[in-house]
Ligand binder design. Structure first.
Ligand code: NAI
Length: 337
């Protein structure tokens, strides 16, 4: 029996987590859910967007499945997601972008895995206005040798383990000669330890264009925090948008699995959200736990269900009347069939 922290989250979060649990239950993997709160629901319950109870639960269980959290723009609390990544040193943001038949998109057969450094650089939170008049502001981006090495190494180790052919190191070392330069230098060093994996390095602006022109030339991508944030959404766009984009935040001692999309307040409480991204994140979680067969079952059940336009939610087929619960039910039935 696994004990896993479950953060249902805000907006559509509770509905898509409920759907995801139904699908996981169908695999038969025994999980006890330790339900915790964060974001707006953390504030409502504990007056704290990241309650101590939630932190303690993740510390104890080491694995969490998390629904999207609403972050207030501008003032208010810092992003809970960024804070959780820091708290647990979740330095890997792993985001696969894979085409699914039945999900409308510009390309088919895209299969890219993004490794984004998840803690350093412009998300370090070191920023301020230079004076009381707010005449200028600065954000300090710190890139360390240690942080660069471990994310590039994670990408190469993944490539070896999953029989991938190539790793692309994305940077802006031509302009940011120190931060970008350090990341590239360390990246090339680590690449040298993996002669069996093809490696290229590519400047971020060219990368954005190349991805749009021909995504099939890419396999595993590794990059710094901000570029990774932007490029992974771009990659989601190549395969039909955020509705089918899962993500994992992984560190040495803990991992948090989530959908890439947000809490979608515009459609919350209507049973119309597409739970695919969180269900795919749950499959990544099961893989991480070593439950490879269950993960594969979920993956193939969702792949098959998405192929049938009469079984998908309305974001994928505007004529569909299928809701979140019903869609999850179709997937669960395929798994138990
Ligand atoms: P969003 O991803 O919540 O929504 C963007 C658009 O996509 C909306 O039209 C929404 O209805 C649609 N959408 C999103 N997920 C969907 C799904 N599963 N099924 C069908 N349609 C879906 O982004 P938005 O509106 O910018 O952010 C809303 C809130 O979510 C904000 O407070 C933001 O900070 C937060 N957020 C949280 C994230 C997280 O917890 N990991 C990630 C991104 C945003």
């Amino acid at each position: 029996m696994y004990t896993i922290t479950l953060i249902p989250g805000d907006g559509i979060g509770p509905s898509i987590t409920e759907a995801t649990i139904k699908v996981i239950e169908a695999t038969g993997v025994p999980i006890q859910w330790d339900v915790q709160y964060a974001g707006m629901s953390g504030i409502e319950k504990y007056k704290d967007p990241i309650p101590e109870e939630t932190i303690a639960s993740i510390q104890k269980n080491k694995t969490a499945l998390k629904g999207p959290l609403t972050t207030q723009l501008g003032k208010g609390f810092r992003s809970v997601n960024v804070a959780l990544r820091k708290e647990f040193d979740l330095y890997i943001n792993l985001r696969p972008a894979k085409s699914f038949e039945g999900v409308p998109s510009r390309y088919s057969n895209v299969n890219i895995v993004m490794f984004r450094e998840n803690i350093e650089e412009f998300y370090s939170g070191i920023e301020h206005y230079i004076d009381a008049q707010k005449s200028a502001a600065e954000t300090i981006g710190i890139v360390t040798r240690f942080g660069s090495e471990r994310i590039v190494r994670a990408a190469f180790e993944y490539a070896v383990k999953h029989h991938r052919r190539k790793v692309s190191i994305v940077h802006k070392a031509n302009i940011m000669k120190y931060t970008g330069g350090l990341f590239l230098e360390v990246g090339r060093q680590v690449a040298g330890e993996f002669p069996q994996i093809e490696c290229n390095d590519i400047i971020i602006d060219n990368m954005a264009m190349q991805l749009v022109l021909n995504p099939h030339q890419f396999d595993v991508i590794v990059t710094t925090n901000l570029f990774g944030d932007i490029l992974s959404d771009l990659c989601s766009g190549l395969v039909g948008g955020l509705g089918v984009a899962p993500g994992a935040n992984i560190g040495k001692d803990a991992a948090i699995f989530e959908a890439v999309h947000g809490s979608a307040p515009d459609i919350a409480g209507k049973d119309i959200a597409n739970p695919s991204a969180l269900i795919l994140a749950a499959a990544m979680m099961l893989n991480h736990l070593g439950e490879k067969e269950a993960a594969e079952k979920i993956h193939s059940a969702i792949t098959e269900t998405l192929k049938d336009p009469s079984k998908v939610t309305r974001d994928l087929n505007p004529n569909s009347k299928i809701g979140t619960k019903q869609f999850a039910q179709f997937i669960a039935e395929r798994i138990t069939r």
